[in-house]
Ligand binder design. Sequence first.
Ligand code: ADP
Length: 162
Amino acid sequence: MRIGIYPGSFDPVTRGHLDIIDRAARLVDELVIGVLVNSSKKPLFSMEERVDFIRRVTKNIPNITVEAYDGLLVEFAKSRNASVLVRGLRAVTDFEYELQIAQTNHKLDSSIDTVFLTTSVEYSYVSSSIVREIASYGGDIRQFVPECIVDDIYKKAGRKQP
Ligand code: ADP
């Protein structure tokens, strides 16, 4: 059984993430979405909210589990018997950072490989930070995030849906 981990902050999950999740779920038997407790970033959404959003937007994909994790990604992967890490590449700007992380993780545990999925063009510019920014000004985020979490994002931003 091939188990993959898709790690990230998902603050909040976007249509770009969902595109990667959809496609990665077809490449592995089980895809664990690892939501990072990241002390260096101060997330807008709590861990519970981020996990709940992902569970809601992936409820129709059968081979997905969503879990919070803290600490080293390779340790989390090992604890779930995962052999594949999935990351998305939006543009060349992602590449340098992702390459470094992938090589480091492989050095830490040579049984784990990172697989990169290139984003579908229609979502290549979407990021969680853009969603947070647009929502904070009351702009329209519906094309960037799955419908079922739109209300919750505006609520957090203290804005009404336009
Ligand atoms: P991190 O804080 O780890 O960068 P993110 O939640 O921003 O976490 O992203 C998680 C993963 O999803 C990363 O591999 C990132 O490149 C990828 N990703 C983010 N937005 C998109 C998108 N629009 N299309 C494809 N992949 C994306």
